[in-house]
Design a protein around this ligand. Structure first.
Ligand SMILES: NC(=O)c1ccc[n+]([C@@H]2O[C@H](COP(=O)([O-])OP(=O)(O)OC[C@H]3O[C@@H](n4cnc5c(N)ncnc54)[C@H](OP(=O)(O)O)[C@@H]3O)[C@@H](O)[C@H]2O)c1
Ligand SMILES: *[C@@H]1O[C@H](CO)[C@@H](O)[C@H](O)[C@H]1NC(C)=O
Ligand SMILES: *[C@@H]1O[C@H](CO)[C@@H](O)[C@H](O)[C@H]1NC(C)=O
Length: 377
């Protein structure tokens, strides 16, 4: 039996879904000869850990209890009363994680799983990499900070996986890595990597006003609580940066050209969400409609894409052919077209649901199983 000790950072929607997956996949994993041992779980304030990470782990009953406690909005601290665990908080967390890494290193190793949405985990992750820990991420932020941080994280390429950072569970990163490792140069990547903006762009194409579509998207729960977080394009820019760095580009987030779908005069420090939705957005309808008509007269449609080609790395609205995979996109699917020497006329196309806690957590779990060989001794 291969034992993979895991320490989970972040138990929000994705982290909790991952714990559910781990528990329900026990029979499958044991058939495969793998045992995932969750030795600790953190949220933004605390960490619960097994009494002795070398010999014990948090059992399934405890993990399910943890999910209940977190989804009811309570703190991990509450689990102290439940027994069978140690609880740490504040500065002590990082110190303990490094202590666990050092302890487990001799026996098996440790995998840190980052399902937080924090930019503050990068320090701990890179320290852990120095101790030969493995790292699996759904969180984009550690990979999109400075090049220095990035280089540290990927210094042992076999020990890092981050499939769910782009397109959730879709095999985007692994496909690109396979193409690159076969010596097939990728010269263009273009894709719609935001479910929200994909939905918005395909709906406005049918003639519905931009403002109405964004309001509907918000009502359906497709957007962040403040839809400007989607419309700014910054989340897509982080994905673009991860892909560009994968292709070997030495760039930072601020060198990516990002088109925001609202002007600064309608920013969060100028107007409230409600004001933006009812008074700001309608002022943008006409411009979008003009751009759609213009594109349409050339047989094209508009998509909000990430585009990486030669020295360009841009995020924003582009005109694309109606009959391309991107042009045919409907609803909230993600789609990515990859052009390389082998895929030069007809691109390799990856399409499917690119968000949701379930597929995202499944991508994280597949990443963990993908590194199991590092834990066979
Ligand atoms: N949901 C999706 O469809 C999707 C798809 C692809 C990628 N992702 C990425 O997956 C990550 C998780 O998403 P989510 O929807 O689960 O977010 P979420 O519900 O907001 O959960 C975030 C979790 O991280 C914890 N956290 C915050 N700062 C932390 C820190 N410094 N150390 C450890 N934990 C910390 C939070 O703690 P508290 O509970 O104390 O607040 C919370 O438990 C994000 O990076 C997101 O971009 C999500
Ligand atoms: C995952 O998302 C689904 C659908 O939005 C929701 O019903 C479920 O509660 C979420 N799971 C977790 C663990 O948050
Ligand atoms: C249509 O688009 C072209 C280039 O994208 C631009 O030069 C032109 O001004 C646009 N025309 C209208 C009517 O918007």
């Amino acid at each position: 039996m291969v034992n993979i000790p895991l320490l989970l950072m972040g138990c929000g929607e994705v982290g909790r879904q991952l714990l559910h997956h781990i528990v329900s996949c026990r029979p499958l994993h044991s058939k495969q000869g793998v045992m995932l041992r969750v030795v600790g779980v953190c949220d933004s304030k605390s960490m619960v850990a097994a009494p002795d990470v070398l010999t014990s782990h948090l059992d399934d009953e405890f993990l399910l209890k943890l999910c209940k406690v977190k989804s009811s909005g309570s703190s991990l601290q509450e689990l102290a009363n439940f027994g069978g665990c140690q609880v740490f908080s504040g500065q002590e967390i990082a110190r303990k994680v490094m202590e666990f890494a050092a302890t487990l290193r001799k026996l098996s190793g440790l995998t840190l799983v980052d399902c937080s949405a924090s930019s503050q985990t990068v320090e701990l992750l890179s320290q852990a990499v120095n101790l030969d820990c493995c790292v699996v991420l759904a969180n984009k932020k550690p990979l999109t900070s400075s090049l220095n941080d990035y280089d540290k994280l990927v210094s042992q390429p076999r020990r890092i996986r981050h499939e769910s950072t782009v397109g959730a569970g879709l095999p985007v990163i692994s496909s690109i890595n396979r193409i690159l490792s076969s010596g097939d140069p990728i010269f263009r990547i273009i894709g719609s990597l935001s479910g929200t903006l994909g939905y918005v762009m395909s709906e406005v194409e049918g003639g519905r006003p931009f403002s109405e579509v964004v309001n509907t998207a918000k009502r359906l729960g497709y957007t962040e609580p403040d839809p400007r977080d989607d419309l700014s394009g910054m989340d897509v820019a982080r994905k673009a940066l991860i892909l560009a760095r994968l292709l070997g580009r030495r760039i930072n987030l601020d060198s990516i050209k990002v088109e925001s779908l609202y002007p600064v005069e309608m920013g969060p420090d100028v107007m409230s969400v409600d004001e933006f939705l009812s008074n700001g957005l309608p002022l943008l309808d006409k411009d979008i409609q003009n751009r759609i008509d213009n594109a349409s007269s050339k047989g094209k449609v508009l998509r909000y894409v990430c585009l990486i080609e030669e020295s360009r790395c841009e995020v924003g609205i582009q005109e694309v052919a109606k009959d391309s995979a991107l042009g045919r996109l409907k609803g909230s699917d993600n789609v990515l077209e990859i052009y390389s020497r082998c895929y030069s006329k007809q691109p390799l196309v990856i399409q499917g649901a690119g968000a949701g806690n379930d597929t995202t957590a499944a991508g994280v779990l597949a990443d963990i199983l993908d590194i199991q060989d590092l834990f066979r001794h």
